[in-house]
Design a protein around this ligand. Structure first.
Ligand SMILES: Cc1cc2nc3c(=O)[nH]c(=O)nc-3n(C[C@H](O)[C@H](O)[C@H](O)COP(=O)(O)OP(=O)(O)OC[C@H]3O[C@@H](n4cnc5c(N)ncnc54)[C@H](O)[C@@H]3O)c2cc1C
Length: 325
């Protein structure tokens, strides 16, 4: 039996696993095919691809700044230089924040942290049961794992569904509202575009990223990531699957109209809905640990809407485990 089973390979799961792995036997279980969670990188071919979820990192806390500095030195992440346009008053104030991205893709940090960790993909945890002093974990693919302790790093509604039967905590009484959004990945003809990213003040299309400007690859076509606003995502993410073409067209048309770029041909498009994109209201606590039950929770939604909040939450949980185990 292993000491810890960690559910999720996003920044929270990767950070806590990296630390636990130095002292305990652990296994990571991830429902997707690869690492990164909401910081995933969607490969098109070879090195060419899109940052599907997380766009960039702007470190704010001292601890996270120091962590990212080390990653820059190790060439895991780098600065995203270029021409970042801010057409939205609210965002304008953040203009000075540096923008860090993965050298190959924005799941590079998770990849780096999980390098020596036993990871199991396409393993979606569907049910947990508590025996006297261990957990039985049942997965959708019918496999079963036994673990002394369990760490869950999924978005709030998913953690609540899995664990609220066992954890009688005030944590689940919180109203954590996770915003939704739609993302379109797009390949077009070369446009000669001069911007690297583009925040709008539109109520449908919120953000555009010029993936070629990240200088990870050279390609004779332009790659774009178009993200809807939360406002638009709130009303349309639940039913986008039934009308993929329609929503893709809505975002592409907005993109053309707002940027006035000469888009003559669309070679590839893909739409994805993020039901649980992020939580903008921080909770009072940064993580949860119950030593008696051997269960912990860490995730970005404890602290806010950014990757850094997941990293801080995982560090907070690790401290609690180390003191209390
Ligand atoms: C579109 C979008 C844009 C964003 N832009 C930015 C940005 O520019 N800057 C920024 O700092 N942040 C941004 N974020 C937020 C950032 O992506 C998150 O804060 C961060 O990735 C959260 O990491 P996490 O590990 O806490 O959660 P996640 O990355 O969601 O990791 C949880 C993992 O658990 C897995 N999982 C869930 N349930 C199960 C289960 N039952 N069994 C097995 N595995 C399971 C999931 O597949 C996932 O991999 C953005 C998010 C989105 C969606």
């Amino acid at each position: 039996m292993i000491d810890f089973a960690v559910i999720g390979s996003g920044i929270s799961g990767a950070t806590i696993s990296n630390k636990l792995n130095k002292k305990y036997s652990i296994k990571v279980f991830e429902k997707a095919k690869g690492v990164g969670g909401r910081s995933s990188f969607k490969r098109y071919k070879d090195k060419i691809g899109f940052d599907h979820g997380l766009q960039y990192i702007s470190p704010r806390s001292k601890e996270f700044k120091s962590f990212t500095k080390k990653l820059i030195k190790k060439r895991i992440i780098k600065h995203w230089k270029g021409n970042h346009e801010f057409l939205n008053e609210r965002v304008k104030r953040n203009k000075k924040h540096m923008k860090l991205i993965g050298v190959r893709g924005n799941n590079d940090i998770s990849k780096h942290l999980l390098k020596n960790v036993n990871c199991n993909f396409q393993s979606e945890l569907s049910e947990i049961e508590r025996q006297k002093d261990y957990w039985t974990l049942k997965f959708k693919n019918k496999s079963i794992t036994y673990s002394k302790n369990l760490i869950i790093t999924a978005p709030f509604p998913q953690v609540k569904k899995l664990a609220s039967k066992f954890i009688k905590t005030r944590l689940f009484k919180n109203k954590v509202k996770m915003n939704s959004s739609l993302t379109v990945l797009l390949i077009t003809n070369k446009t000669g575009c001069k911007f690297s990213s583009f925040f709008t003040n539109d109520n449908i299309l919120g953000w555009v990223s010029n993936e070629n400007s990240k200088k990870r690859f050279k390609y004779n076509k332009d790659l774009w990531v178009l993200q809807s606003t939360y406002e638009y995502g709130k009303n349309h993410t639940d039913n986008y699957r039934k009308k993929r073409k329609f929503y893709t067209r809505v975002l592409i048309n907005k993109f053309k109209k707002l940027t006035k770029l000469k888009i003559k041909k669309v070679y590839f498009s893909h739409i994805h809905g993020w039901k649980y994109s992020s939580n903008s209201k921080p909770l009072k606590t940064k993580s949860y640990w119950n030593k008696k039950l051997g269960i912990g929770i860490c995730a970005d939604w404890f602290g806010g809407p950014r990757l850094e909040n997941g990293w801080l939450s995982a560090n907070s949980l690790y401290k609690k485990i180390n003191i209390k185990i």
